[in-house]
Ligand binder design. Structure first.
Ligand code: AP5
Length: 215
């Protein structure tokens, strides 16, 4: 299966991808995670990305598209199926993705559009915690770790993302509405969109999606 996960910040794209990854043996390709890894390693790409991410804006198309193209063209596991999380985010990225997938002969099967209310995404983002070591996702109310600040899975330290503050979240939402939401129509025209009610509990969203794919 080759899937794109679309949805506003905090809709639960990363959470759903982690829930589907093992069930369907799919590769999870998150451009947000890839960019944060570059930032952590202090690379030139990471330094450039930091300027945009911390203000809630988008990293330039050519940088992100190149990163995704490298992954899709060079990782041999891609042919077993993948979920793109956070890419594409602009019409240009969507068109470039079509070209890349045509070149490697792996057309998309489906674009999942996660719909969630503004109230819910704000609550989710301001309460999110992430494991510094393994990337596991938590929420201080909805999905708390057993011990505060410590990852249940690996014992790593939990932290709050620098872009999960109210001012930056507001910018991210505006950027989503302006630049990303319009590509839902782009994929509707290709007959690829399936819509999910992402306001529901994480397990319910995951089980619904599994049923959707199992027919
Ligand atoms: P990115 O990391 O992709 O952030 P995002 O799209 O804003 O999405 P989030 O990761 O914030 O949310 P999510 O939908 O994955 O929710 P999650 O599952 O974590 O991008 C960050 C930045 O990088 C961008 O702003 C941009 O600058 C740059 N960037 C990335 N890709 C780019 C691109 N293609 N082009 C240009 N720039 C790019 O869940 C959130 C919280 O809610 C968690 O705490 C979780 O536990 C909880 N939760 C999730 N689902 C549920 C549920 N169903 N019920 C209850 N709680 C839930």
């Amino acid at each position: 299966m080759k899937i794109v996960l679309l949805g506003p910040p905090g809709a639960g794209k990363g959470t759903l991808a982690k829930g589907l990854k093992d069930h369907f043996n799919l590769m999870h390709i998150s451009t947000g995670d890839m960019l944060r890894e570059e930032m952590k390693n202090g690379t030139d790409l990471g330094k450039e990305a930091k300027k945009h991410i911390e203000s809630g804006g988008l990293v330039p198309d050519e940088i992100v598209t190149k990163m995704v193209e490298n992954k899709l063209s060079n990782d041999k596991n891609v042919k077993n199926g993948f979920m793109l999380d956070g890419f594409p985010r602009t019409r240009t990225q969507a068109e470039d993705l079509d070209k890349i997938l045509k070149k490697i002969n792996l057309p998309l099967d489906c674009v999942l559009s996660l719909e969630a209310s503004l109230k819910i995404v704000l609550e989710r983002l301001t309460g999110r915690r992430v494991c510094r070591a393994c990337g596991a996702l938590y929420h201080i109310k909805n999905m708390p770790s057993k011990k505060e600040g410590v990852c249940d899975k690996c014992g790593g330290e939990l932290y709050q993302r620098a872009d999960d503050n109210e001012k930056t979240i507001k910018n991210r939402m505006e950027v989503y509405t302006e630049s990303t939401e319009p590509i839902i129509d782009y994929y509707k025209k290709q007959g690829l969109i399936k819509t999910l009610d992402a306001n529901k509990e994480a397990e319910e969203v995951r089980d619904f999606t599994i049923k959707l794919f199992n027919g």
